[in-house]
Write a protein that binds this ligand. Sequence first.
Ligand SMILES: Nc1ncnc2c1ncn2[C@@H]1O[C@H](COP(=O)(O)O)[C@@H](OP(=O)(O)O)[C@H]1O
Ligand SMILES: [Mg+2]
Length: 264
Amino acid sequence: MTDFDPGAPPAGADDHAFAAWAATTAGELLLRIRAEGLTGKELKDAGDLGSHDLLMRLLAEHRPDDAVLSEEGKDDKARLAADRVWIVDPVDGTREFSEPPRDDWAVHVALWTSGEGEKGELTAGAVAQPALGRTFGTGEPPVVPPRSSERPRIVVSRTRPPAFVAALAEHLGAELVPMGSAGAKVISVTRDVSDAYVHAGGQYEWDSAAPVAVARAAGLHCSRIDGSPLRYNQDDVLLPDLVVCRPELADPILAFIAEHGTGA
Ligand SMILES: Nc1ncnc2c1ncn2[C@@H]1O[C@H](COP(=O)(O)O)[C@@H](OP(=O)(O)O)[C@H]1O
Ligand SMILES: [Mg+2]
């Protein structure tokens, strides 16, 4: 879309504000693309590529010295020696994006920096959910409301829920909530729409980087399913499993997985 004017980030925007602005702006473009009448693969491709191109433009213009890892770009391994790497998913939940009026899709913009922690860490991030008209970021992290459901709600992929999560849910007396997009699922925990997101079987750094940055800033538990830390800007960008949940659910979820594995 050539006539889209992204405007400029807020004056003096720090990395938190820039991430939120970039994700929101890409989301505005995606809403326009979605309104053009394309369907199916054409809509998916137009969204993925349009949002990727815009985010690359915004990063080149406003953060020219930083490296970028995008789902839709070629992986330039120079990022492994960089101090600052933006990890972006131009459309997470591409399938749901192509199924209007579904709102479970997102734009992810995260910043990894080498300076914090021995192996580098996520230091800023934003998840835009354009169809909700909301962007969740590390600048003003979401305040997680008190839990409204006594029965835990575990959010899972609507198209490929891991089989073991059904056994986990039974063990916890939990209900399963199917939803598209890793970002939408993580954010659903911060919104008290769910209480935990448990995933295994495949995913990449861009699927979880920005959501995890936001979830951590909101005080949620975030880890691999074996309880080890989620690490970003790795040589191999496969990051196949994670648990994001209210802190009080971390022990029971991790203990069940440690005992039963993911083959249950
Ligand atoms: N087994 C798997 N292997 C690779 N990627 C997976 C995956 N399961 C989920 N994902 C990715 O995680 C995101 C959320 O998936 P889901 O909606 O099924 O939970 C999607 O990202 P994209 O939409 O950016 O491709 C999807 O491609
Ligand atoms: Mg994704």
